[in-house]
Design a protein around this ligand. Sequence first.
Ligand code: ADP
Ligand code: MG
Length: 270
Amino acid sequence: MSDPTRPISPRIIAITNQKGGVGKTTSAINLSAALVEQGLRVLLVDLDPQGNASTGLGVEAEDREFSTYELLLEDGDLAQVIHDTNIANLSIVPATVDLSSADIDLASNEKRSFLLHDALRQPAMDQFGWDYILIDCPPSLNLLTVNALVAAHAVLIPLQSEFFALEGLSQLMLSIREVRQSANPGLRIEGVVLTMYDKRNNLSLQVEQDARDNLGELVFETKIPRNVRVSEAPSYAQPVLQYDSTSRGAEAYRSLARELLSRHLRFAAQ
Ligand code: ADP
Ligand code: MG
């Protein structure tokens, strides 16, 4: 079906952190929308059986007959698994609870770690002309997340500004190292983004200081503030950029998109 060695143009970014509730899905939705605002074409792949990114972008459960599960395990027809959203140039492969069994279904497949990699590199993908493919990962380091790490060019790590935020990172870094050694030597760390940041809270300042001390330039300058508009937007099936375009949350995700793009330009120029 696919030629995994063929170079492709879209940049594939896995948004991952095995902790739940740190802002992965929120960042996947809003960074996608912010990149689209910059004139880019974006595909979001929902790799979390909870399907929050799919719901947050308005793909109803009953419309998810063809989903990430079919993309990974059934050579699903791209035209069926890729759904439009209400935002032009932003599409999504939605997730259903079926994905929760994928870990077991994948285990017996000899290409189990490469299924997403191969699916995203099939020649039929070219017709869509994506600039970015963002993958919203589940809150664990299971085989689904391994698929994302193998498929991706880079990892973006949301770090919630709370106690113990950095503790889980060493395990994630270990997984990244393992995937580099076994399957994807070029895997980069795109960056770490502080989420739910509250500048009036000493703990946020402390987590930021620790993160910058330990991770240096990997930490994005942009911080995503805790902002109620960000948390309200999904129940209106909209990114915060649409729901409240001038909110602090929307501005922060725009800033993150600009920073990401400028990093890529710098990288490309090197
Ligand atoms: P994850 O995908 O890592 O599990 P989510 O993106 O679903 O995390 O975020 C967890 C919860 O925190 C959600 O209820 C979400 O609305 C809320 N949240 C995320 N980012 C923000 C923010 N910047 N401000 C306020 N609430 C946020
Ligand atoms: Mg999530």
